[in-house]
Write a protein that binds this ligand. Sequence first.
Ligand SMILES: *[C@@H]1O[C@H](CO)[C@@H](O)[C@H](O)[C@H]1NC(C)=O
Ligand SMILES: *[C@@H]1O[C@H](CO)[C@@H](O)[C@H](O)[C@H]1NC(C)=O
Ligand SMILES: *[C@@H]1O[C@H](CO)[C@@H](O)[C@H](O)[C@H]1NC(C)=O
Ligand SMILES: *[C@@H]1O[C@H](CO)[C@@H](O)[C@H](O)[C@H]1NC(C)=O
Ligand SMILES: *[C@@H]1O[C@H](CO)[C@@H](O)[C@H](O)[C@H]1NC(C)=O
Ligand SMILES: *[C@@H]1O[C@H](CO)[C@@H](O)[C@H](O)[C@H]1NC(C)=O
Ligand SMILES: *[C@@H]1O[C@H](CO)[C@@H](O)[C@H](O)[C@H]1NC(C)=O
Ligand SMILES: *[C@@H]1O[C@H](CO)[C@@H](O)[C@H](O)[C@H]1NC(C)=O
Ligand SMILES: *[C@@H]1O[C@H](CO)[C@@H](O)[C@H](O)[C@H]1NC(C)=O
Ligand SMILES: *[C@@H]1O[C@H](CO)[C@@H](O)[C@H](O)[C@H]1NC(C)=O
Ligand SMILES: *[C@@H]1O[C@H](CO)[C@@H](O)[C@H](O)[C@H]1NC(C)=O
Ligand SMILES: *[C@@H]1O[C@H](CO)[C@@H](O)[C@H](O)[C@H]1NC(C)=O
Length: 511
Amino acid sequence: MENLCFFIVVVTLLLLKCSTLCSARNLFNSSTDEDALLAFKATITSDPYGILANNWSTDTSICYWNGVSCGIKHRRVTSLNLSRFHLRGTVAPHIGNLTFLRSLDINSNNFTGILPDELSNLRRLKEINVGSNFFTGEIPSWFGTLPELQHIRLNNNTFTGKIPPALFNTTSKLQTLNLQYNQFTAYSMPYGIFKMSSIRDINLRGCSLSGTLPSDMCNNTPKLKTLDLSRNQLYGEIPPNIYKCRDLEDLRLSFNHFDGNIPSEIGTLVNLKLLALDDNSFGGGIPKQLGNLTSLNSIYLGVNNLTGELPQELSNLAYLEIFSVVNNALSGSIPSFMFNISTLKIINLQSNHFSGSLPSTIGMGFSFLNLEMLYLGDNRLMGPIPNYITNASKLTQLAMHQNSFSGSVPNFGNLRLLQELRIWENNLTGDLTFLSSLTTCQYLQVLQISTNPLNGALPTSIGNLSTSLKEFHAAECEIMGAIPPEIGNLISLQILALYSNQLTGTLQNHM
Ligand SMILES: *[C@@H]1O[C@H](CO)[C@@H](O)[C@H](O)[C@H]1NC(C)=O
Ligand SMILES: *[C@@H]1O[C@H](CO)[C@@H](O)[C@H](O)[C@H]1NC(C)=O
Ligand SMILES: *[C@@H]1O[C@H](CO)[C@@H](O)[C@H](O)[C@H]1NC(C)=O
Ligand SMILES: *[C@@H]1O[C@H](CO)[C@@H](O)[C@H](O)[C@H]1NC(C)=O
Ligand SMILES: *[C@@H]1O[C@H](CO)[C@@H](O)[C@H](O)[C@H]1NC(C)=O
Ligand SMILES: *[C@@H]1O[C@H](CO)[C@@H](O)[C@H](O)[C@H]1NC(C)=O
Ligand SMILES: *[C@@H]1O[C@H](CO)[C@@H](O)[C@H](O)[C@H]1NC(C)=O
Ligand SMILES: *[C@@H]1O[C@H](CO)[C@@H](O)[C@H](O)[C@H]1NC(C)=O
Ligand SMILES: *[C@@H]1O[C@H](CO)[C@@H](O)[C@H](O)[C@H]1NC(C)=O
Ligand SMILES: *[C@@H]1O[C@H](CO)[C@@H](O)[C@H](O)[C@H]1NC(C)=O
Ligand SMILES: *[C@@H]1O[C@H](CO)[C@@H](O)[C@H](O)[C@H]1NC(C)=O
Ligand SMILES: *[C@@H]1O[C@H](CO)[C@@H](O)[C@H](O)[C@H]1NC(C)=O
């Protein structure tokens, strides 16, 4: 009897389940998918390349329409990808009838209006990307109820309000949450985000967040790979607990108000490729443990209050391409390893208290093979400009201004790609013949050599400098003699500063 009852209950449940499923099947089929897509097409107000207008025709199956993919058996729409189709309009609520949809990607168009609530019917949705449009309204909380949703990208829109806490459903499968650059109202960092164990990529750059990071921030997010909280109003210290996010590859906290020391625990995040802590108020030294992060590719620590020397341990960073500590209070000499990491493309040590001479020789690693930008300006460096710099043939920017470099200016003629050369306010002597070597730098736009006791005459070859040259500053250089008329060849010149020299003659007829 009991068994019979059980049997009846089970059968009834099965029937109930079938009746809901079957009626759903009756309600939505491939022809309702077609209706939904046609309704969607009808609300597109501009389609300049006719991507839908000339293609979404009822003469062919929807499965052959541009941007539409169907399941092989049921021929229902499983994916709609209209990324970069130059479309303008709103999203018709009928899209919510595409009940087999797993992926909706309409990023980089000109969609306006809100995300219709009907999208909450898309129970199979795994991925939604509506980034780089003009969507408005608040972020709908039903995102938190879609059981299969893994990737949410709503970045670069004009969503307002706050991020709904319902989004941070701890039982969800969410891996990606990209809300960067929207127009949220200022509010506290939502801690719920650090409770989602499935999360991998968090991008809340420019989201008007304030407050501090929770001290247990990595207790529940072991899979976190990318954390971008740049350009917010966050403050306080980086919790040492960060070491628990051991898969972290990309950590960006730039343009906030963080302070305290950079925790040495960051040195245990061995998968880290990019570390951006610039434009905060971090103090103390650069932790030597960063030298353990041999996968590091980019380090941005500029515009903080860092002190001390560059730790020798950084010489282990054999894949480093970008190293910037601009605008801190770092001191000591520039260690030779800095010029011995062959992968480096950008070295920015500008505006610190570095002192002493540059390394006289450099090792076999020879940074300068790939170096594109070298910024050493505004320090306390002295001694000669080493000749090895003239071997950095990929260099486009060389800034050594506001130091006490002495001796003559080397021949930079090998730096064919050079665009900007700034060596002003040093103690450079010799004469101005080095200017002739710069005539091979055909991309040169800025030449700033002012305030050096160079003491010589302007060579006529300055007329052969790049016709792209926009700025030529050679004030206070003890230049004698006449200004060569060839200067008139510099057709792009916008700024010519030659004041406080011992020049004779006139410029009038040359320009
Ligand atoms: C789809 O369902 C509608 C009812 O919603 C029905 O009228 C139509 O015949 C069905 N079409 C197909 C192809 O099954
Ligand atoms: C629509 O575009 C697809 C893919 O580009 C193409 O295969 C199909 O033939 C086009 N259909 C029409 C009606 O132009
Ligand atoms: C949509 O198509 C573009 C290329 O046209 C591709 O880069 C993008 O990954 C696709 N989106 C999805 C979700 O597959
Ligand atoms: C959006 O519209 C503007 C004109 O208002 C146009 O310049 C831009 O290219 C459009 N963007 C896209 C992705 O279609
Ligand atoms: C589809 O969606 C629209 C608007 O959300 C609705 O009016 C319509 O009845 C829905 N159902 C079908 C089967 O098209
Ligand atoms: C969390 O997601 C599950 C499905 O994954 C859903 O059943 C539940 O209602 C959601 N909770 C909230 C608060 O939205
Ligand atoms: C989003 O906007 C920012 C700031 O305007 C811009 O730098 C970034 O390239 C944009 N990203 C995309 C994917 O459009
Ligand atoms: C650096 O520290 C000094 C004093 O400790 C403080 O006055 C200054 O505002 C700080 N600067 C930055 C950029 O944090
Ligand atoms: C990390 O670096 C520190 C100091 O540079 C060193 O003492 C330590 O052994 C390193 N740890 C690992 C795991 O390599
Ligand atoms: C330069 O780097 C190489 C490894 O690339 C290393 O063997 C050598 O000791 C380094 N030399 C200096 C002077 O740092
Ligand atoms: C410049 O490079 C060449 C060949 O790579 C090398 O022989 C020469 O010693 C280098 N010059 C300087 C000053 O390092
Ligand atoms: C510039 O160099 C000369 C020697 O060439 C030296 O006497 C003088 O002190 C130096 N000036 C500065 C400001 O370093």
